[in-house]
Design a protein around this ligand. Structure first.
Ligand SMILES: [Zn+2]
Length: 382
């Protein structure tokens, strides 16, 4: 913990900081203060035995700022589950909205691009799933985190060829083509996504896939595990699970040693509950042909927003996702989910990944905030 942090603390009397994490807060300033007041503190980290001097400068806001922005880091986060993106207009499909199939697992590039533009306008900013699982939510003040995931690797990164400078040329309208376009247009969107792969990877040639996967992790994207053969893990024997999970990790480790995420998107969302069941322990720890692995989180194939990683009901082994499809605003489609999120249920950031800020009334019984990940906790009166 030799990280030197620079922090500006602007606290008012109305903002109460609890020192749950062994962190210190800076001097408080009067509530009337409108100009930012910068207070530097020197401190020793409590969580490590080594003595580290940190110059701590954190930017927080007045209770009024927090109220106006609706800052609430115990609220929920949308983790979108996409599959294939097809280079199509919505008018070219016979299904609802941007759905390419009856169940809406696959989406048109037109709808996907519109999703991304719409989430941006609604004040969402992307972040890495891996950071979310680690409780490290770094989103600007007043904005909400958004996480994109893609399962199966098909039509997500379709390679057309390689440019003279060694960069990949993507087919128009596949997921990465749209993502890169939006990334250029909105630098503050922090465009990123996690692709969960099976042994077929992105279904380009083997050699191209290895190069393209390296390019992805070099360019801010993540690769995760979706089992080697896309099997339903629920009901499988420990040996089979270890083979499916471990073999996929081993393949990823050969391509991008140590640079994939230790997260599994469970095919078919199965098993729904695994953490306390010994028959599923091989999801989380095992070895395949001498290659040892651990898994720190698993994703369901679910229907709705994820709990904040800080609250009691969050379960890192059963993280919920939103199916990215259209269904006229019912049965947990994108519209329904974002309507609910925007109706007072969305996580709104205080801009500081090292603090957890929320209205005190949201934890009035004292048992809703559960995992602080070592962060400082700040509450305010609504
Ligand atoms: Zn799948």
């Amino acid at each position: 913990m030799n990280i030197r942090k620079i922090t500006a603390l602007i606290l008012t009397a109305a903002v109460t900081a609890s020192l749950l994490a062994g962190c210190k807060k800076g001097a408080e300033t009067s509530e009337e203060s409108t100009e930012p007041v910068v207070t530097e503190t020197s401190e020793t980290t409590a969580e490590t035995s080594e003595t580290t001097t940190e110059t701590s400068v954190e930017i927080t806001y007045t209770a009024d700022d927090l109220r106006k922005a609706g800052v609430n880091e115990l609220n929920s986060v949308p983790i979108l589950m996409y599959h294939r993106i097809y280079n199509m207009k919505n008018s070219e499909t016979k299904y609802t909205g941007g759905n390419v199939d009856k169940d809406g697992y696959n989406r048109t590039s037109e709808a996907f691009e519109n999703d991304l533009r719409s989430f941006y306008e609604q004040g969402y900013r992307m972040m890495r799933l891996d950071d979310f699982v680690d409780g490290n939510i770094d989103v600007a003040f007043g904005y909400s985190p958004l996480i994109l995931t893609f399962d199966d690797g098909i039509n997500d990164v379709v390679l057309e060829g390689w440019n003279a400078d060694g960069s990949p040329k993507f087919e128009a309208g596949c997921a990465i083509d749209v993502l890169e376009k939006i990334k250029k247009e909105f630098p503050d969107y922090n465009v990123t996504a996690t692709f969960f792969l099976n042994c077929g990877l992105f279904h380009n040639s083997k050699e191209d896939d290895r190069k393209v996967i390296t390019w992805l992790v070099d360019n801010g994207y993540d690769i995760g595990n979706h089992t080697y053969n896309h099997v339903q893990i629920g009901g499988k024997s420990p040996d089979e699970i270890e083979k499916e999970v471990g073999r996929m990790y081993k393949l990823l480790d050969e391509i991008i040693p140590g640079r994939y995420v230790d997260i599994i998107a469970l095919p078919y969302g199965s098993p729904e509950s695994s953490a306390s069941k010994p028959e599923y322990e091989k999801i989380f720890k095992g070895s395949y042909e001498g290659f040892s692995y651990t898994t720190k989180a698993t994703l369901l194939c679910a229907w709705t927003r994820s709990y904040s990683p800080f609250v009691r009901d969050y379960d890192s082994t059963a993280i919920r996702r939103i199916r990215a499809y259209d269904n006229k605003g019912v049965y947990w489609d994108i519209e329904m989910n974002f309507k609910q999120l925007n109706d007072g249920r969305r996580y709104i950031s205080d801009g500081n990944p090292n603090t957890i800020v929320f209205p005190s009334s949201d934890n009035s019984k004292g048992d809703w905030l559960k995992n602080t990940f070592g962060h400082q906790v700040i509450t305010y009166d609504k």
